[in-house]
Write a protein that binds this ligand. Sequence first.
Ligand code: SF4
Ligand code: SF4
Length: 167
Amino acid sequence: MADIDYKSPEELKILTDKTKDETVSFLKKLKKNKPKNLDSVVHKMHTDAFSNFNCLDCANCCKTIGPRLIEKDINRLARYLKIKPSEFIEQYIEVDEDNDFIFRDHPCPFLLPDNFCMVYEQRPKACREYPHTDRKRFYQILDLSHKNCETCPVVFSIIDKLKKTNL
Ligand code: SF4
Ligand code: SF4
């Protein structure tokens, strides 16, 4: 995979909008055909992409969307910060319309100016898993990945590359 250039969320939104029709139609075809090798193709693209792109040059996800946190994340982060879980919730968390815990502020309160994560070793599970292009059964998150094209230059590049395959 050619090197991936950093793109801002604004640029990615424009590009995702511009390619919306062709992407929707391609994803529809994938959902219908369910190619058996989809995971292996996407996982290879994921590995290639992240060997060519450094998240520290981006941090779009930490700046704009933020993770959903589970109780274990909150307890672990509170322990790390040496505060009570209730204090952690009070300082950093709000509940969204789906009743999920999310960070109250964007960019994430733990994002440092050089794009490093202040709590990297203890970061929420959702941060570890984003952008999900290495997960099993990728066909289950085709629509989510299309949405993630608006945030993550790597996902945008993988979906773009996938469209050029015979899948
Ligand atoms: S906890 Fe760290 S990895 Fe997760 S959004 Fe915040 S800065 Fe990013
Ligand atoms: S996961 Fe995607 S959006 Fe997040 S920092 Fe890495 S390249 Fe950027």
